[in-house]
Design a binder for this molecule. Structure first.
Ligand SMILES: Cc1cc2nc3c(=O)[nH]c(=O)nc-3n(C[C@H](O)[C@H](O)[C@H](O)COP(=O)(O)OP(=O)(O)OC[C@H]3O[C@@H](n4cnc5c(N)ncnc54)[C@H](O)[C@@H]3O)c2cc1C
Length: 259
């Protein structure tokens, strides 16, 4: 079974982020790394290909400046190859523009299954994967915390507030995974060395047959109009036990509807 995994390469969340004052979008001029959210998709794809007894995992990414740092990490985990779309014409792409690029790249490899994260860590509109599925004419199942593939269909436990829904749809399909779906492996030394020589096909907008006026800033229909500082977190309440601490904690949890 051949699986494509959407892999976003993002600025290191450990370093302070900076906005471009003219576009109010995140500056991506430093080194980019594999988005932690996508490491779950890579691991899931590797396990599914293994269970199917054959096939390979191909990474698909759109990123500036021919950036491959995050892709090499995912190749070191065990993916076979990658497609990177990198083109100055893509600067200013909104979520739909990104989806058009990813869908066109995925079409080239006709996978049985496409895996993405539910939302990225840096932008998190959470809209890109569903748009990719729509553009590819595939069903999309989101928020998966368990995935099985058998008999030409994918069966998914789809996380809900109350538990999970069991959803099944025919392949090819796109599934987005949540952080709890699997435990991503650490790349081994052997994996890191092997990743250095795994193929990364770098493509431009023209290679994908896309209309340049439909992607990048030219095609963007979203615009960042304002950005505000997130409210600082308030200090928590310390419960000092005067014999009734358990009752006060229970009342607090009930108020939050946690219990
Ligand atoms: C107005 C506007 C302008 C922007 N300008 C730029 C810009 O100039 N340069 C720039 O780099 N970005 C830019 N972005 C961000 C970029 O287009 C995002 O990649 C896109 O908006 C989707 O990101 P998200 O974080 O919302 O994805 P989500 O929908 O939250 O992502 C969910 C999952 O989709 C997949 N995915 C998302 N994006 C990618 C990707 N690029 N490659 C592979 N898989 C992916 C991943 O699996 C990810 O976990 C801009 C966004 C907006 C709204």
């Amino acid at each position: 079974m051949n699986v494509a995994v959407c892999v976003k390469q993002i600025p290191d969340p450990a370093a302070p982020g900076e906005l471009d004052p003219s576009t109010l979008t995140l500056k991506r001029d430093g080194k980019l790394i594999l988005d932690d959210s996508d490491s779950y998709g890579v691991e899931m794809a590797l396990q599914l290909a293994d269970q199917a007894g054959g096939g390979e995992v191909t990474l698909v990414s759109m990123a500036p400046r021919g950036e491959t740092g995050g892709l090499r990490t995912a190749l070191a985990m065990g993916a076979a190859k990658a497609i990177l779309v990198s083109d100055d014409a893509l600067a200013g792409s909104d979520a739909l523009g990104t989806a058009k690029v990813l869908a066109a790249a995925i079409k080239r490899i006709s996978p049985d299954l496409v895996v993405a994260a539910t939302e990225s860590t840096d932008g998190y509109t959470g809209t890109t994967p569903a748009q990719v599925a729509e553009l590819l004419g595939m069903p999309s199942v989101t928020f998966a915390n368990k995935i099985e593939v058998a008999d030409g269909a994918v069966r998914v436990h789809r996380q809900t507030e109350a538990g999970y829904d069991e959803v099944e749809c025919p392949l090819p399909a796109l599934v987005t995974v949540t952080a709890g779906v699997v435990e991503p492996r650490y790349p081994s030394f052997k994996g890191i060395m092997a990743a250095k020589s795994k193929p990364i096909e770098e493509l431009k907008v023209a290679d994908l047959g896309l209309d340049p006026t439909q992607v990048g800033a030219a095609g963007a229909r979203q615009e960042m109009v304002s950005v505000e500082e997130a409210e600082e977190r308030q200090a928590g309440e310390v419960v000092v036990d005067e014999g009734d601490a358990h009752e006060r904690i229970i009342a607090f949890l009930e108020q939050l509807k946690v219990i």
